[in-house]
Write a protein that binds this ligand. Structure first.
Ligand SMILES: Nc1ncnc2c1ncn2[C@@H]1O[C@H](COP(=O)(O)OP(=O)(O)O)[C@@H](O)[C@H]1O
Ligand SMILES: [Mg+2]
Length: 402
């Protein structure tokens, strides 16, 4: 029965249609990528659940269809990878700011692609060495972008897994001779097929010649050579410290062909990030709330060790908890809009909570909930109430602040 053409009309999850497409490939009427395109249509936009899990008895029939299945599957996998790559690129593109970072990543992807095409055509090509330096202050998106690059390189078939293993000095450096090499090798093993992200990498060099950090660097350098085709090591940290670190380790620099700078975000970019984070959580800053946040960020972003997007995230998460307190303590109907809105007073209360009284913008200038002594008492009562209601299941104190 395998080669008879079923007459049933095609539709999502329609087995005869799938069977027909496979028969078309088997008999050479269409190529595998055309088959994938049709299968996706039949499945109604790629919903795998629409595919029958087990074909009926005798479906594959004699030989031809059997060999067609792996071909179609390979094409299917390639299509899936292409879509994943597009998804990761779109995610990067949607991140506010990071203009030069985005350009460098696109350059990197294009270069990798062209090297592979050249290799296919037997033209001289460089095997991609993907070790990198990320220079930037905290919260400028280094880890997030590294994670995206891992996914992109996996989808391009360069890295087999594309996952990210984030380590710092304490994960690499041991306490006695031999311990460091063992610890570092263990992390490298975990990262094979993906990215080893060494955060605050300069701290590996802090103790000078006799420090075990030196040993960790040596082991890393060896791994960067030996596993160059299936491991990307990224050294990340504050710009000035990274420069000093690299100057002190010339052997390392020559092995780090890609250097990406992550600039501090401008206030407008930080606000766009805030909007994006709100949107992802189905909240929204009111105009006043946004203005209040802007006011705080404009001063705070000049502070040493300002946490950039991480500070924004911490404030929003705290503001969400402050909004909950406000809603619970108020005798008003709670509608959809109120549940979504983060108001100026939520932002002020969040900043006060995270950074202390002095930093809260507009504190004392307006009479708002939580800013007068009487309101403070009410605030505490509301907090207890919210706690009792289980609203504060997560960490309340914002201990992750910066
Ligand atoms: N451009 C951006 N758009 C949206 N979110 C961002 C952006 N940059 C950073 N973030 C967010 O800020 C937080 C800190 O970013 P992260 O990548 O950990 O920074 P770093 O590694 O440089 O300290 C994360 O929650 C991240 O998702
Ligand atoms: Mg980080």
């Amino acid at each position: 029965m395998s080669n008879t053409r079923p007459s049933a009309p095609a539709g999502p999850g329609d087995f005869p249609a799938w069977q027909r497409i496979m028969a078309d490939v088997a008999e050479g009427r269409i190529n595998p990528s055309e088959a994938v395109r049709r299968l996706v249509l039949v499945r109604g936009g790629g919903a795998r659940s629409a595919m029958p899990t087990t074909p009926p008895e005798g479906y594959f029939g004699p030989r031809p269809a059997l060999s067609a299945v792996p071909a179609a599957e390979a094409a299917d996998a390639a299509e899936l990878r292409r879509r994943h790559l597009e998804e990761a690129r779109r995610e990067l593109a949607t991140m506010p700011g990071l203009r030069s970072v985005k350009e460098t990543v696109e350059e990197l992807l294009a270069w990798v692609q062209v090297q592979r095409w050249r290799m296919r055509e037997n033209l001289s090509s460089e095997p991609p060495v993907l070790h990198m330096v990320f220079r930037g202050n905290p919260g400028t998106g280094k880890t997030t972008v590294a994670r995206l690059i891992g996914r992109m390189l996996r989808d391009m078939g360069v890295l087999s897994k594309g996952h990210l293993v984030e380590v710092e000095r304490a994960d690499l450096v041991g306490e006695y001779i031999g311990h460091t090499a063992q610890k570092t090798r263990e992390q490298i093993k975990q990262a094979l097929g993906g990215i080893l992200f060494v955060d605050e990498a300069y701290s590996l060099a802090r103790g000078g010649e006799r420090d075990f950090g030196k040993e960790a660097i040596d082991v890393l350098v060896r791994a960067m050579e030996n596993h160059r085709d299936n491991l990307a090591v990224i050294f990340a940290g504050y710009p000035a410290e990274m420069d000093r670190f690299l100057r002190a380790n010339p052997g390392l620099v020559s092995r780090l062909p890609i250097q990406i700078d992550f600039p501090d975000y401008a206030t407008d970019e930080l606000l766009q990030i805030a909007d994006l984070m709100c949107q992802q959580r189905q909240y929204r800053l009111t105009e006043e709330g946004r203005a209040r946040l802007r006011e705080f960020l404009e001063t705070e972003r000049r502070a040493v060790n300002f946490g950039n997007a991480r500070t924004v995230r911490n404030i929003l998460e705290a503001a969400i908890r402050q909004q909950a307190l406000r809603l619970v303590g108020r005798n008003l109907p709670v509608d959809r809009d109120r549940l979504m809105q983060i108001e100026a007073q939520d932002v002020s209360a969040a900043v006060k909570r995270l950074f202390g009284e002095g930093k809260a913008p507009a504190a004392g200038r307006e009479s708002e909930a939580g800013e007068s002594p009487a309101a403070a008492g009410r605030d505490a009562a509301m907090q207890r109430l919210a706690q009792a209601l289980g609203l504060l299941a997560g960490p309340w104190t914002g201990e992750n602040a910066i």
